[in-house]
Write a protein that binds this ligand. Sequence first.
Ligand code: OAD
Length: 229
Amino acid sequence: MKRIVILTGAGISAESGISTFRDSNGLWENHRIEEVASPEAWARNPEMVLEFYNQRRKQLFEVEPNVGHRSLVRLEKKFDVQIITQNVDDLHERAGSSKVLHLHGELKKARSTIDPNLVYTLDRQELKPGDKCEKGSQLRPHIVWFGEAVPMIEKATEMVKTADIFMVIGTSMVVYPAAGLIHYVEREIPKYYVDPKAFSVHGISNLEVLRQKAGEALPRLVDRLLKES
Ligand code: OAD
């Protein structure tokens, strides 16, 4: 079975109603990154950081996967599909994708501030000051903040190297190391980049750029790949 590896970003969830980060009126236009998504912010004002992610988590309960997420599930009929997502939502999983690696963490999880291996699935919408891990330390959002290492990047790099087909969907490709993953893909394999504002990528061979919304491009692209396989 051929293996498709797919890197997704905020754009695939945009049609579900979740704001992207850098589009106009995106999340980072309304919030200063250094105030909510950095270790410094956590040290300075943990209540504000918890509240920011509580709001994001609440929103998750109000949205549904869209046709873009669902199209990727259809690929599993004929392909071994590995999704690597920069998104912290759970819309790929709720659509039904079976293999999803979260590079930047997950909104519905919390982790210990003294032992990063202690990760908990949240059974409620809010994480509060005073919520503790089993070793007694405050729980924090299970999110990779600016300035922090990306623990899953090595696993993701290995996945990308084994791809027979590679796709990039809905990401501005400005945040590293995620944006660098495309350079580990085998030179000759087919690659697709779906984003209405996809930039011109130089030095990547066999790349088809689809400057459309995921919800428009993916149903057709998936039909085509299923037919050709
Ligand atoms: P960005 O907000 O940087 O980029 C979103 C991309 O989605 C843009 O290129 C848009 O053109 C595109 N887009 C918008 N609507 C779309 C649609 N309907 N279909 C397809 N594409 C669409 O978001 P990311 O690239 O995901 O990190 O940002 C990367 C990381 O930066 C995030 O994971 C987050 C952020 O800081 C953390 O939170 C650690």
